[in-house]
Ligand binder design. Structure first.
Ligand SMILES: [Zn+2]
Length: 167
């Protein structure tokens, strides 16, 4: 399945979920461990489908919201059928390697549902409010920068229309 179609399937499954999105199911399907990793590393993963290996390591030194972002990111490497290998995922990797960007996009689709982000921003939520709403690292929210621009333009348009509506 092409990458855009796979991302579309993920998005449609998460259109009306409650937030923060639960990742409890991940712990049933993957071996998840907390590791003492250096600050630059968000997490690691090791997948070997033939041998049934589905291992994920989260950096125990990171904030819980960052760990949730990383957990969804590592699962995405598996769900998006990235090649079997050992992944070491770092901050800023997303723009250097296509599979890292794909995994990060998928994580943002799962943990930051479009409609809930849109509603919150229309209600005037700032980035800190959004972090607490989705219980996720702001970098995952910000990766939808293009979406934020769309929302800003919609809000600006709504304000422009107010005088006409009240008058
Ligand atoms: Zn990664």
């Amino acid at each position: 399945m092409p990458i855009a179609a796979r991302l579309g399937v993920l998005a449609s499954k998460h259109r009306s979920v409650s937030v923060p999105v639960s990742l409890d199911w991940v712990y049933d399907q993957y071996t998840v461990k907390m590791l003492d990793l250096s600050p630059a590393i968000l997490g690691v993963a090791h997948f070997n489908r033939a041998r049934g290996i589905k291992g994920i390591g989260l950096n125990k030194n990171q904030h819980r919201y960052t760990q949730r972002m990383t957990l969804a990111h590592e699962v995405a490497h598996d769900v998006l059928e990235h090649p079997d290998r050992f992944f070491t995922c770092r901050l800023g990797d997303w723009w250097r390697a296509r599979i890292e960007l794909e995994a990060q996009w998928a994580a943002s689709i799962v943990l930051v549902p479009f409609n809930r982000l849109f509603e919150a921003m229309m209600d005037g939520a700032d980035i800190r409010d959004l972090e607490d709403l989705f219980e996720v690292d702001r970098r995952l929210i910000e990766i939808r920068g293009s979406l934020s621009d769309v929302v800003k333009s919609v809000r600006a348009e709504a304000y422009r229309q107010q005088p006409a509506m009240t008058g």
